[in-house]
Design a protein around this ligand. Structure first.
Ligand SMILES: [Zn+2]
Length: 83
């Protein structure tokens, strides 16, 4: 989704900024639990799923969008119940 022409749903501001960030890491919670990838490096490790984060520079509203690979796992992920 492009944000160049998007407006903030809270204040209507047009100064939106985006970045990609891990949904978990260090000692923090894994906010997209179970939707990451297994990697085989020197040790087996889990690569946390990622968010695209959009912040409005005017009001600070922050939105998180789960990456496509994580969304694709939702239908079959035991931890994520459809509501
Ligand atoms: Zn805003």
């Amino acid at each position: 989704m492009k944000t160049e022409t998007a407006k903030c749903p809270e204040c209507g501001g047009e100064s939106l900024h985006e970045a990609t960030t891990s949904a978990g890491g260090g000692y923090g919670p894994d906010l997209l639990s179970g939707l990451g990838r297994w990697g085989l490096g020197g040790l087996i490790q889990v690569e946390m799923a990622k968010f695209r984060v959009v912040v409005c520079a005017a009001c600070g509203l922050t939105r998180f969008y789960a990456e496509e690979a994580a969304r694709a796992k939702l239908a079959t992920a035991d931890r994520w119940q459809r509501i």
